[in-house]
Design a binder for this molecule. Structure first.
Ligand SMILES: Cc1ncc(COP(=O)(O)O)c(C=O)c1O
Length: 416
């Protein structure tokens, strides 16, 4: 019954044969040219959603801030959850080795790297996992590095939750091409950094670190005794799977100094289900991670573990279908900017559904996102959330339909 549901759900999910438009600098690779694009739900359906993205603003606002997608979830994920509901299987989460197996095989298929399944632990979500790992490995007030502009909660996890000393080594930038500033990073490592949170790939700037950058970070970290915590939540959304390297896969040094924290929540839209993975390779780090309380697992959700297992084991085709739509959308944004507001600066991102837009030319003052929301009822995230020098940026979520993206630009054009 379960398998039958799953097959018919799979057939329903695929709507349109997709072709990657490779007009951007990176070439998207798909497992099969027959993969079908996954399409976003219509706006009236989306407005019935109860997630914060759809509840935060009044109904006349078009919300494109929070990083969640407007697609129907993968059919296998839906069937796995339905099966749980049908059997009223709604209890506590305990041992769940099938999730580790599913992730290891997914990782092998996607990135040609298999983590050791005995070195994976579950956490509630990437945020809780990161905070708990920091609490286990460092003392309050120890120095923790991030690289701005970066996902806003990383700032809060370090300063507000762990109360560590935050050291920002901004990314080096040239025309919106960002990279790690390795010289500045080494200087700060030498000044006593204990832990460095890498955002790999890097939200919001849309870049994926190169293998050589990661290898250098691993070498430096080993030299100066720094632990690297690599947040890889956006990894499965790389347009070119060959460009993304899980940190632990790049070298022996990386295995020794690194911890990956990841989740199916971003790439399969399961944020409400609460389940993330902490992955280590070194015996020393494994011992420390294993000393964390067993409640870490039971504070994640059974539904999250079940859904993530289905996502990692049975949803590659859905993910490729989502990437077909996202690829069209990232290029559509370029076209809309070029034709309607060419002074906005935009670099087509290498992964995911987040557009990082430099809107300094629009004369919207010190809070462009606030002005845009007030005057056009379009909600975007303010650049200042990601770094103190980025108030001239906004972040737009294009994990949605062409119609909604067009509407967003119509609203933007009207106020200019
Ligand atoms: C880089 C990064 N890490 C973590 C998160 C949040 O993950 P979680 O909901 O699992 O805490 C996000 C959400 O956008 C993110 O972009």
């Amino acid at each position: 019954m379960h398998k039958k549901n799953l097959r018919s759900a799979k057939m329903r999910s695929t709507t349109e044969k997709g072709n990657f438009n490779t007009s951007s600098s990176t070439t998207a690779l798909l497992s099969s040219s027959m993969t079908k694009a996954v399409r976003a739900l219509p706006l009236d359906e989306l407005r019935k959603r109860k997630s914060s993205k759809w509840r935060k603003y009044p109904s006349d606002v078009l919300p494109l801030p929070v990083a969640e997608m407007d697609f129907p979830i993968a059919p296998a994920v839906k069937a796995s959850l339905q099966d749980m509901l049908d059997r009223s299987d709604t209890g506590h989460l305990g041992a769940f080795p099938e999730l580790f197996e599913a992730f290891a095989k997914f990782s092998q298929r996607q990135w040609n790297w298999q983590p050791d399944t005995t070195q994976i632990r579950i956490a509630t979500d990437v945020g809780v996992g990161t905070v708990e790992v920091m609490r286990t490995l460092i003392k309050a007030e120890d120095k923790v590095m991030l690289n701005s502009p970066v996902y806003e909660n990383i700032w809060k996890w370090i300063s507000e939750e762990v109360k560590a000393t935050l050291v920002d080594v901004p990314l080096a930038e040239n025309e919106l091409n960002y990279k790690l500033d390795l010289d500045a990073i080494e200087r700060e490592y030498a000044n006593g950094i204990k832990l460095h949170i890498l955002c790999n790939p890097h939200n919001p700037v849309g870049i994926i670190y190169t293998r050589s950058e990661l290898e250098k970070i691993a070498t430096l970290a080993k030299m100066y005794g720094v632990i690297i915590l690599s947040d890889e939540i956006h990894g499965p959304l790389a347009y070119n799977k060959k460009e993304f390297y899980p940190f632990l896969s790049v070298s022996d040094d990386a295995k020794e100094v690194g911890i990956i924290i990841t989740s199916a929540s971003k790439s399969f839209n399961l944020a409400g289900l609460k389940c993330a993975l902490i992955i280590t390779e070194s015996a020393m780090l494994k011992e420390k991670i294993n000393s964390m309380p067993s409640e870490l697992t039971s504070r994640a959700s059974l539904f999250g573990a079940v859904a993530s297992t289905a996502a990692y084991s049975e949803s590659d085709e859905w993910l490729d279908g989502v990437l077909i739509t996202l690829n069209k959308n990232r290029n559509l944004i370029k076209k809309l900017i070029d034709s309607k507001i060419p002074t906005i600066k935009y670099r087509i991102p290498d992964f995911g559904y987040l557009a990082w837009l430099d809107v300094s030319s629009l004369g919207l003052g010190s809070d462009p996102a606030g002005q845009i929301l007030e005057r056009s009822k379009l909600a975007l995230n303010a650049g200042i959330l990601y770094g103190p020098k980025h108030s001239n940026f906004v972040r737009l979520n294009f994990g949605t339909s062409e119609e909604i993206i067009n509407q967003a630009f119509d609203r933007l054009v009207k106020i200019l």
